[in-house]
Design a protein around this ligand. Sequence first.
Ligand SMILES: Cc1ncc(COP(=O)(O)O)c(C=O)c1O
Length: 473
Amino acid sequence: MHFLGFEKCGKITFWNVRLHLSLDLQIWLREKDLYYKTLTFSLTCTMFSRKTFLQNAALATAGLGLSSAGLPLNDNLNLLPLPFSNGGIAVDDESYWDMVRLYFPRKGDYINLENGYFSPQASPTLLHHQRREDYINSTTSWYMRREQTAAFETVRTKLADFLGIDSEELAITRNTTESLNNLICGFPWKPGDEVIIGNQDYGSMVAAFHQIQKRLGIKVIIANVPMHPSNDGEVVDAYLKHATSKTKLIHLTHLINLTGQVIPVATIADKAHDMGIEVAVDAAHSIAQLDFKIPDLHADYVAASLHKWLCCPLGNGFLWMKKQHISKIWPLLAPEGQPEDNIRKFQQQGTRPLQSVETISKAIDFHNSIGSALKEARLKYLMHYWVSKVALLSKVTIHTPWEEATRCSAIVNVGIEGFTPAQLAEKLLTDFKIFTVAIDHPIVKGVRVTPHLYTSIDELDAMVNAIQIISKG
Ligand SMILES: Cc1ncc(COP(=O)(O)O)c(C=O)c1O
Protein backbone atom coordinates (compact mmCIF):
# COMPACT_ATOMS: atom_id res chain seq x y z
CA MET A 1 0.00 0.00 0.00
CA HIS A 2 1.04 3.59 -0.17
CA PHE A 3 2.00 5.48 2.96
CA LEU A 4 2.91 8.96 3.97
CA GLY A 5 6.12 9.48 5.80
CA PHE A 6 8.61 12.07 6.96
CA GLU A 7 12.20 12.00 5.88
CA LYS A 8 15.07 13.93 7.34
CA CYS A 9 17.66 15.70 5.31
CA GLY A 10 20.09 17.74 7.37
CA LYS A 11 17.80 19.89 9.46
CA ILE A 12 15.12 19.89 6.84
CA THR A 13 12.00 17.85 7.11
CA PHE A 14 9.83 17.32 4.11
CA TRP A 15 6.89 15.25 3.06
CA ASN A 16 7.62 12.26 0.99
CA VAL A 17 4.90 10.16 -0.54
CA ARG A 18 5.72 6.66 -1.63
CA LEU A 19 3.53 4.45 -3.66
CA HIS A 20 3.92 0.71 -3.34
CA LEU A 21 1.15 -1.11 -5.11
CA SER A 22 1.00 -4.85 -5.38
CA LEU A 23 -0.12 -6.23 -8.72
CA ASP A 24 -3.40 -7.44 -7.17
CA LEU A 25 -4.07 -4.01 -5.81
CA GLN A 26 -3.29 -2.39 -9.17
CA ILE A 27 -5.78 -4.68 -10.87
CA TRP A 28 -8.41 -3.98 -8.19
CA LEU A 29 -7.88 -0.23 -8.49
CA ARG A 30 -8.18 -0.44 -12.26
CA GLU A 31 -11.44 -2.37 -12.00
CA LYS A 32 -12.81 0.27 -9.66
CA ASP A 33 -11.55 3.04 -11.97
CA LEU A 34 -9.39 4.32 -9.12
CA TYR A 35 -5.90 3.53 -10.40
CA TYR A 36 -5.18 6.87 -12.06
CA LYS A 37 -6.83 8.76 -9.25
CA THR A 38 -4.39 7.08 -6.86
CA LEU A 39 -1.41 7.91 -9.05
CA THR A 40 -2.65 11.46 -9.47
CA PHE A 41 -2.91 11.82 -5.72
CA SER A 42 0.59 10.51 -5.27
CA LEU A 43 1.95 12.79 -7.97
CA THR A 44 0.26 15.88 -6.60
CA CYS A 45 1.55 15.21 -3.10
CA THR A 46 5.03 14.64 -4.40
CA MET A 47 4.97 17.83 -6.48
CA PHE A 48 3.76 19.68 -3.45
CA SER A 49 6.39 18.15 -1.26
CA ARG A 50 9.09 19.14 -3.73
CA LYS A 51 7.96 22.77 -3.78
CA THR A 52 7.96 22.88 0.00
CA PHE A 53 11.26 21.12 0.08
CA LEU A 54 12.87 23.55 -2.35
CA GLN A 55 11.61 26.48 -0.29
CA ASN A 56 12.98 24.90 2.84
CA ALA A 57 16.23 24.09 1.10
CA ALA A 58 16.65 27.69 -0.01
CA LEU A 59 16.07 28.89 3.54
CA ALA A 60 18.36 26.29 4.94
CA THR A 61 21.10 27.09 2.46
CA ALA A 62 20.93 30.77 3.36
CA GLY A 63 20.34 30.42 7.10
CA LEU A 64 22.09 27.25 8.12
CA GLY A 65 24.87 27.25 5.59
CA LEU A 66 23.98 23.86 4.17
CA SER A 67 25.24 23.08 0.73
CA SER A 68 22.37 22.56 -1.68
CA ALA A 69 24.60 20.27 -3.75
CA GLY A 70 24.80 18.00 -0.74
CA LEU A 71 21.06 17.53 -0.49
CA PRO A 72 19.33 14.64 -2.20
CA LEU A 73 17.23 17.24 -3.95
CA ASN A 74 15.77 15.10 -6.62
CA ASP A 75 15.75 11.65 -5.11
CA ASN A 76 12.35 12.45 -3.76
CA LEU A 77 10.82 12.55 -7.21
CA ASN A 78 12.50 9.40 -8.39
CA LEU A 79 9.53 7.77 -6.75
CA LEU A 80 7.22 9.27 -9.33
CA PRO A 81 5.46 6.54 -11.21
CA LEU A 82 5.52 7.08 -14.96
CA PRO A 83 2.08 7.43 -16.56
CA PHE A 84 2.00 3.90 -17.98
CA SER A 85 -0.91 3.45 -20.34
CA ASN A 86 -0.34 -0.30 -20.75
CA GLY A 87 -2.14 -0.16 -24.07
CA GLY A 88 -5.53 0.20 -22.43
CA ILE A 89 -6.18 3.94 -22.44
CA ALA A 90 -8.66 5.69 -24.70
CA VAL A 91 -7.89 9.01 -26.39
CA ASP A 92 -10.78 10.59 -24.50
CA ASP A 93 -10.12 9.06 -21.06
CA GLU A 94 -9.81 12.45 -19.39
CA SER A 95 -8.93 10.99 -15.98
CA TYR A 96 -5.75 9.56 -17.51
CA TRP A 97 -4.93 12.78 -19.41
CA ASP A 98 -5.60 14.86 -16.31
CA MET A 99 -2.90 12.84 -14.63
CA VAL A 100 -0.49 13.24 -17.57
CA ARG A 101 -1.03 17.01 -17.33
CA LEU A 102 0.38 16.97 -13.80
CA TYR A 103 3.76 15.92 -15.16
CA PHE A 104 4.05 19.25 -16.95
CA PRO A 105 3.74 22.03 -14.36
CA ARG A 106 3.20 25.33 -16.14
CA LYS A 107 3.64 29.03 -15.50
CA GLY A 108 1.74 31.94 -17.00
CA ASP A 109 -1.89 32.97 -17.01
CA TYR A 110 -2.46 32.14 -20.66
CA ILE A 111 -3.54 29.07 -22.57
CA ASN A 112 -0.51 27.74 -24.40
CA LEU A 113 -1.45 26.58 -27.87
CA GLU A 114 2.02 27.29 -29.29
CA ASN A 115 3.68 23.97 -28.63
CA GLY A 116 5.42 23.72 -31.98
CA TYR A 117 8.57 25.56 -30.92
CA PHE A 118 9.73 23.09 -28.31
CA SER A 119 8.23 20.93 -25.60
CA PRO A 120 8.86 21.12 -21.87
CA GLN A 121 10.51 18.19 -20.17
CA ALA A 122 8.14 16.13 -18.05
CA SER A 123 8.93 16.37 -14.33
CA PRO A 124 10.84 13.07 -14.02
CA THR A 125 12.94 14.04 -17.07
CA LEU A 126 13.66 17.53 -15.76
CA LEU A 127 14.66 16.22 -12.36
CA HIS A 128 17.02 13.70 -13.89
CA HIS A 129 18.50 16.51 -16.01
CA GLN A 130 19.04 18.68 -12.95
CA ARG A 131 20.55 15.84 -11.02
CA ARG A 132 23.00 14.97 -13.80
CA GLU A 133 23.96 18.64 -14.03
CA ASP A 134 24.66 18.62 -10.28
CA TYR A 135 26.72 15.48 -10.72
CA ILE A 136 28.78 16.71 -13.66
CA ASN A 137 29.24 20.07 -12.01
CA SER A 138 30.68 18.42 -8.95
CA THR A 139 32.81 15.79 -10.70
CA THR A 140 33.99 18.08 -13.56
CA SER A 141 36.96 16.66 -15.50
CA TRP A 142 36.66 13.30 -13.76
CA TYR A 143 33.30 12.84 -15.47
CA MET A 144 34.56 14.22 -18.79
CA ARG A 145 37.70 12.11 -18.87
CA ARG A 146 36.42 8.87 -17.38
CA GLU A 147 32.65 8.66 -17.72
CA GLN A 148 31.29 10.75 -20.57
CA THR A 149 32.16 8.39 -23.43
CA ALA A 150 30.38 5.42 -21.88
CA ALA A 151 27.40 7.60 -20.89
CA PHE A 152 27.14 9.01 -24.41
CA GLU A 153 27.31 5.57 -26.00
CA THR A 154 24.58 4.24 -23.69
CA VAL A 155 22.29 7.02 -24.82
CA ARG A 156 23.13 6.49 -28.49
CA THR A 157 22.18 2.83 -28.19
CA LYS A 158 18.90 3.65 -26.46
CA LEU A 159 17.98 6.36 -28.93
CA ALA A 160 18.84 4.10 -31.88
CA ASP A 161 16.57 1.45 -30.44
CA PHE A 162 13.77 4.01 -30.03
CA LEU A 163 14.20 5.12 -33.65
CA GLY A 164 14.46 1.55 -34.95
CA ILE A 165 17.95 1.93 -36.42
CA ASP A 166 21.54 0.77 -36.03
CA SER A 167 23.43 3.03 -33.61
CA GLU A 168 26.39 3.05 -36.02
CA GLU A 169 24.22 5.17 -38.32
CA LEU A 170 23.19 7.67 -35.62
CA ALA A 171 24.87 10.92 -34.55
CA ILE A 172 23.52 12.90 -31.60
CA THR A 173 23.62 16.59 -32.48
CA ARG A 174 22.13 19.73 -30.97
CA ASN A 175 19.15 20.09 -33.29
CA THR A 176 17.73 19.63 -36.79
CA THR A 177 19.44 22.75 -38.08
CA GLU A 178 22.88 21.45 -37.17
CA SER A 179 22.10 17.95 -38.47
CA LEU A 180 20.84 19.11 -41.84
CA ASN A 181 23.60 21.69 -42.24
CA ASN A 182 26.08 18.84 -41.85
CA LEU A 183 24.37 17.12 -44.74
CA ILE A 184 23.62 20.14 -46.93
CA CYS A 185 27.03 21.76 -46.56
CA GLY A 186 28.93 18.45 -46.55
CA PHE A 187 27.25 16.75 -49.53
CA PRO A 188 29.75 16.17 -52.39
CA TRP A 189 28.09 18.69 -54.72
CA LYS A 190 29.47 19.48 -58.16
CA PRO A 191 28.62 22.66 -60.07
CA GLY A 192 25.43 22.10 -62.05
CA ASP A 193 24.03 19.48 -59.64
CA GLU A 194 20.36 19.96 -58.78
CA VAL A 195 18.42 19.61 -55.54
CA ILE A 196 14.63 19.70 -55.16
CA ILE A 197 13.24 21.24 -51.99
CA GLY A 198 9.66 22.09 -50.91
CA ASN A 199 8.06 25.53 -50.98
CA GLN A 200 7.14 25.15 -47.29
CA ASP A 201 10.45 23.78 -46.04
CA TYR A 202 11.90 25.28 -42.88
CA GLY A 203 13.70 28.59 -43.41
CA SER A 204 17.13 27.60 -42.13
CA MET A 205 17.29 24.60 -44.49
CA VAL A 206 16.21 26.74 -47.43
CA ALA A 207 18.92 29.25 -46.48
CA ALA A 208 21.53 26.48 -46.30
CA PHE A 209 20.65 25.23 -49.80
CA HIS A 210 20.75 28.77 -51.18
CA GLN A 211 24.14 29.35 -49.61
CA ILE A 212 25.46 26.21 -51.31
CA GLN A 213 23.89 27.40 -54.56
CA LYS A 214 25.89 30.64 -54.27
CA ARG A 215 29.05 28.97 -53.10
CA LEU A 216 29.23 25.89 -55.31
CA GLY A 217 26.99 26.65 -58.27
CA ILE A 218 24.31 24.03 -57.69
CA LYS A 219 20.70 24.65 -58.72
CA VAL A 220 17.92 24.72 -56.11
CA ILE A 221 14.53 23.83 -57.54
CA ILE A 222 11.37 24.46 -55.55
CA ALA A 223 8.43 22.04 -55.57
CA ASN A 224 4.98 23.51 -54.86
CA VAL A 225 3.38 21.16 -52.35
CA PRO A 226 -0.44 21.27 -52.59
CA MET A 227 -2.05 22.19 -49.27
CA HIS A 228 -5.12 20.00 -49.68
CA PRO A 229 -4.00 17.17 -51.99
CA SER A 230 -6.72 14.77 -53.06
CA ASN A 231 -4.24 11.89 -53.16
CA ASP A 232 -0.57 11.05 -52.54
CA GLY A 233 0.13 11.14 -56.25
CA GLU A 234 -0.33 14.94 -56.32
CA VAL A 235 2.36 15.42 -53.71
CA VAL A 236 4.68 12.88 -55.32
CA ASP A 237 4.31 14.63 -58.69
CA ALA A 238 4.94 18.04 -57.15
CA TYR A 239 8.50 16.84 -56.44
CA LEU A 240 9.25 14.30 -59.10
CA LYS A 241 8.15 16.34 -62.06
CA HIS A 242 11.32 18.39 -61.44
CA ALA A 243 13.65 15.39 -61.34
CA THR A 244 16.32 15.23 -64.05
CA SER A 245 19.54 13.34 -64.58
CA LYS A 246 21.26 16.19 -62.69
CA THR A 247 19.11 15.81 -59.54
CA LYS A 248 21.24 14.48 -56.70
CA LEU A 249 18.98 15.03 -53.71
CA ILE A 250 15.34 15.65 -52.76
CA HIS A 251 14.76 17.37 -49.43
CA LEU A 252 11.41 16.64 -47.77
CA THR A 253 9.78 18.05 -44.65
CA HIS A 254 7.88 15.12 -43.18
CA LEU A 255 5.49 17.21 -41.09
CA ILE A 256 5.36 20.79 -42.35
CA ASN A 257 5.70 23.20 -39.44
CA LEU A 258 3.65 25.98 -41.08
CA THR A 259 0.48 23.96 -41.60
CA GLY A 260 0.89 20.59 -39.90
CA GLN A 261 0.57 18.74 -43.21
CA VAL A 262 2.22 15.30 -43.31
CA ILE A 263 3.62 14.33 -46.68
CA PRO A 264 4.00 10.78 -48.09
CA VAL A 265 7.75 10.56 -47.65
CA ALA A 266 8.20 6.83 -48.26
CA THR A 267 6.32 6.93 -51.57
CA ILE A 268 8.35 9.88 -52.80
CA ALA A 269 11.58 8.22 -51.62
CA ASP A 270 10.82 4.96 -53.45
CA LYS A 271 10.20 6.80 -56.71
CA ALA A 272 13.28 9.00 -56.23
CA HIS A 273 15.46 5.94 -55.64
CA ASP A 274 14.17 4.40 -58.87
CA MET A 275 15.67 7.46 -60.57
CA GLY A 276 18.96 7.23 -58.65
CA ILE A 277 18.17 10.25 -56.44
CA GLU A 278 18.90 10.33 -52.71
CA VAL A 279 16.34 11.59 -50.18
CA ALA A 280 16.84 13.68 -47.04
CA VAL A 281 14.05 14.16 -44.51
CA ASP A 282 13.50 16.97 -42.03
CA ALA A 283 11.61 15.09 -39.33
CA ALA A 284 11.79 17.89 -36.73
CA HIS A 285 8.09 17.70 -36.01
CA SER A 286 7.28 14.11 -36.80
CA ILE A 287 9.67 12.30 -34.44
CA ALA A 288 7.71 11.45 -31.29
CA GLN A 289 4.61 13.21 -32.58
CA LEU A 290 3.80 10.48 -35.11
CA ASP A 291 4.10 6.77 -34.49
CA PHE A 292 6.77 5.47 -36.88
CA LYS A 293 10.36 4.25 -37.06
CA ILE A 294 13.06 5.74 -39.26
CA PRO A 295 13.18 2.79 -41.70
CA ASP A 296 9.48 3.40 -42.46
CA LEU A 297 10.52 6.58 -44.29
CA HIS A 298 12.68 4.70 -46.85
CA ALA A 299 15.03 7.71 -46.82
CA ASP A 300 18.81 8.09 -47.02
CA TYR A 301 19.16 10.82 -44.39
CA VAL A 302 16.84 11.83 -41.53
CA ALA A 303 17.29 14.66 -39.04
CA ALA A 304 15.23 15.86 -36.08
CA SER A 305 15.24 17.88 -32.88
CA LEU A 306 14.56 15.91 -29.71
CA HIS A 307 13.53 18.99 -27.70
CA LYS A 308 10.36 19.18 -29.76
CA TRP A 309 8.01 16.22 -29.41
CA LEU A 310 10.25 13.86 -27.43
CA CYS A 311 10.29 16.44 -24.59
CA CYS A 312 14.08 16.34 -24.12
CA PRO A 313 16.10 19.22 -22.69
CA LEU A 314 16.83 21.99 -25.19
CA GLY A 315 19.77 21.35 -27.48
CA ASN A 316 19.26 17.71 -28.47
CA GLY A 317 18.86 16.41 -31.99
CA PHE A 318 20.11 13.68 -34.28
CA LEU A 319 21.32 12.92 -37.75
CA TRP A 320 20.79 9.48 -39.19
CA MET A 321 22.16 8.30 -42.49
CA LYS A 322 22.61 4.98 -44.26
CA LYS A 323 26.05 3.52 -43.61
CA GLN A 324 27.00 3.63 -47.27
CA HIS A 325 26.71 7.46 -47.30
CA ILE A 326 28.77 8.27 -44.20
CA SER A 327 32.19 8.43 -45.89
CA LYS A 328 31.16 10.85 -48.60
CA ILE A 329 29.57 13.54 -46.36
CA TRP A 330 31.96 16.15 -44.96
CA PRO A 331 31.17 17.06 -41.33
CA LEU A 332 30.63 20.75 -40.53
CA LEU A 333 33.27 20.69 -37.80
CA ALA A 334 36.47 18.80 -38.53
CA PRO A 335 36.48 15.67 -36.36
CA GLU A 336 39.60 14.87 -34.43
CA GLY A 337 40.62 11.24 -34.62
CA GLN A 338 37.43 9.88 -36.23
CA PRO A 339 37.69 7.80 -39.41
CA GLU A 340 35.64 9.26 -42.26
CA ASP A 341 33.31 6.26 -42.31
CA ASN A 342 32.41 6.66 -38.63
CA ILE A 343 29.07 8.37 -37.90
CA ARG A 344 30.58 9.91 -34.75
CA LYS A 345 32.39 12.42 -36.95
CA PHE A 346 29.14 14.42 -37.01
CA GLN A 347 29.15 14.71 -33.21
CA GLN A 348 32.20 16.96 -33.12
CA GLN A 349 31.25 20.02 -31.06
CA GLY A 350 33.97 20.51 -28.49
CA THR A 351 32.88 20.51 -24.86
CA ARG A 352 29.12 20.12 -24.63
CA PRO A 353 26.48 19.83 -21.88
CA LEU A 354 26.45 16.06 -21.39
CA GLN A 355 23.69 16.24 -18.77
CA SER A 356 21.40 17.25 -21.59
CA VAL A 357 22.46 14.31 -23.79
CA GLU A 358 22.18 11.86 -20.90
CA THR A 359 18.63 12.98 -20.23
CA ILE A 360 17.45 11.75 -23.64
CA SER A 361 17.14 8.31 -22.00
CA LYS A 362 14.66 9.58 -19.41
CA ALA A 363 12.63 11.39 -22.03
CA ILE A 364 12.37 8.14 -23.99
CA ASP A 365 11.18 6.33 -20.84
CA PHE A 366 8.49 8.95 -20.28
CA HIS A 367 7.41 8.85 -23.91
CA ASN A 368 7.29 5.05 -23.93
CA SER A 369 5.22 4.92 -20.77
CA ILE A 370 2.43 6.62 -22.73
CA GLY A 371 3.36 4.99 -26.04
CA SER A 372 3.85 6.47 -29.52
CA ALA A 373 0.56 5.19 -30.90
CA LEU A 374 -1.51 6.58 -28.02
CA LYS A 375 0.35 9.90 -28.10
CA GLU A 376 -0.28 10.36 -31.81
CA ALA A 377 -3.93 9.37 -31.38
CA ARG A 378 -4.45 11.79 -28.48
CA LEU A 379 -2.83 14.69 -30.33
CA LYS A 380 -5.01 14.02 -33.37
CA TYR A 381 -8.05 13.76 -31.13
CA LEU A 382 -7.31 17.16 -29.56
CA MET A 383 -6.74 18.75 -32.96
CA HIS A 384 -9.92 17.27 -34.37
CA TYR A 385 -11.91 18.28 -31.27
CA TRP A 386 -11.46 22.02 -31.82
CA VAL A 387 -11.07 22.19 -35.59
CA SER A 388 -14.29 20.27 -36.29
CA LYS A 389 -16.19 22.92 -34.30
CA VAL A 390 -14.89 25.92 -36.27
CA ALA A 391 -13.98 24.69 -39.74
CA LEU A 392 -17.36 25.49 -41.25
CA LEU A 393 -17.76 28.95 -39.73
CA SER A 394 -17.93 31.70 -42.30
CA LYS A 395 -14.70 33.74 -42.58
CA VAL A 396 -12.68 30.85 -41.12
CA THR A 397 -10.16 28.99 -43.29
CA ILE A 398 -8.24 25.92 -42.19
CA HIS A 399 -4.90 25.70 -44.01
CA THR A 400 -4.35 22.06 -43.06
CA PRO A 401 -5.71 18.80 -44.53
CA TRP A 402 -7.19 18.08 -41.09
CA GLU A 403 -9.92 15.68 -42.19
CA GLU A 404 -7.47 13.09 -43.50
CA ALA A 405 -5.91 11.22 -40.62
CA THR A 406 -2.72 10.30 -42.49
CA ARG A 407 -2.02 13.88 -43.59
CA CYS A 408 -2.14 15.72 -40.28
CA SER A 409 -1.52 15.61 -36.55
CA ALA A 410 -1.55 18.17 -33.70
CA ILE A 411 -0.62 21.28 -35.71
CA VAL A 412 -3.25 23.28 -37.57
CA ASN A 413 -3.08 26.66 -39.29
CA VAL A 414 -6.24 28.79 -39.17
CA GLY A 415 -7.03 32.13 -40.77
CA ILE A 416 -9.95 34.49 -40.22
CA GLU A 417 -11.00 36.87 -42.98
CA GLY A 418 -10.20 40.50 -42.14
CA PHE A 419 -7.23 39.68 -39.90
CA THR A 420 -3.56 39.46 -40.76
CA PRO A 421 -1.82 36.57 -38.99
CA ALA A 422 -0.22 39.01 -36.53
CA GLN A 423 -3.53 40.74 -35.78
CA LEU A 424 -5.28 37.41 -35.18
CA ALA A 425 -2.54 36.10 -32.90
CA GLU A 426 -2.58 39.37 -30.94
CA LYS A 427 -6.38 39.36 -30.59
CA LEU A 428 -6.36 35.78 -29.34
CA LEU A 429 -3.80 36.75 -26.74
CA THR A 430 -5.16 40.09 -25.55
CA ASP A 431 -8.89 39.31 -25.63
CA PHE A 432 -8.85 35.59 -24.80
CA LYS A 433 -5.45 34.89 -23.24
CA ILE A 434 -4.69 32.27 -25.84
CA PHE A 435 -1.07 32.09 -27.00
CA THR A 436 -0.50 30.97 -30.61
CA VAL A 437 1.96 32.05 -33.29
CA ALA A 438 1.37 34.12 -36.43
CA ILE A 439 2.58 32.47 -39.63
CA ASP A 440 3.07 35.09 -42.31
CA HIS A 441 4.68 33.05 -45.05
CA PRO A 442 4.41 33.64 -48.81
CA ILE A 443 2.46 30.36 -49.12
CA VAL A 444 0.54 30.23 -45.83
CA LYS A 445 -1.02 33.02 -43.82
CA GLY A 446 -2.75 32.29 -40.56
CA VAL A 447 -2.21 31.41 -36.94
CA ARG A 448 -0.57 28.13 -36.01
CA VAL A 449 -2.40 26.31 -33.22
CA THR A 450 -0.65 23.40 -31.53
CA PRO A 451 -2.09 21.57 -28.53
CA HIS A 452 0.09 19.18 -26.51
CA LEU A 453 -0.50 16.23 -24.22
CA TYR A 454 -1.15 18.65 -21.36
CA THR A 455 -3.79 20.65 -23.24
CA SER A 456 -7.20 20.25 -21.64
CA ILE A 457 -10.58 20.06 -23.30
CA ASP A 458 -11.57 23.25 -21.43
CA GLU A 459 -8.67 25.06 -23.07
CA LEU A 460 -9.78 23.90 -26.50
CA ASP A 461 -13.34 24.98 -25.73
CA ALA A 462 -11.91 28.43 -24.96
CA MET A 463 -10.21 28.42 -28.38
CA VAL A 464 -13.45 27.43 -30.11
CA ASN A 465 -15.32 30.17 -28.28
CA ALA A 466 -12.68 32.74 -29.26
CA ILE A 467 -12.83 31.82 -32.95
CA GLN A 468 -16.61 31.89 -32.91
CA ILE A 469 -16.61 35.41 -31.44
CA ILE A 470 -13.81 36.79 -33.63
CA SER A 471 -15.24 35.38 -36.84
CA LYS A 472 -18.65 36.93 -36.10
CA GLY A 473 -17.25 40.38 -35.38
C1 LIG B 1 10.22 21.67 -39.91
C2 LIG B 1 11.32 22.22 -39.04
N1 LIG B 1 12.58 21.91 -39.34
C3 LIG B 1 13.60 22.35 -38.60
C4 LIG B 1 13.39 23.15 -37.50
C5 LIG B 1 14.56 23.64 -36.73
O1 LIG B 1 14.62 23.08 -35.48
P1 LIG B 1 15.82 23.47 -34.51
O2 LIG B 1 15.72 24.95 -34.29
O3 LIG B 1 15.59 22.68 -33.29
O4 LIG B 1 17.06 23.13 -35.24
C6 LIG B 1 12.10 23.49 -37.15
C7 LIG B 1 11.84 24.34 -35.98
O5 LIG B 1 10.76 24.68 -35.63
C8 LIG B 1 11.03 23.02 -37.95
O6 LIG B 1 9.77 23.33 -37.65
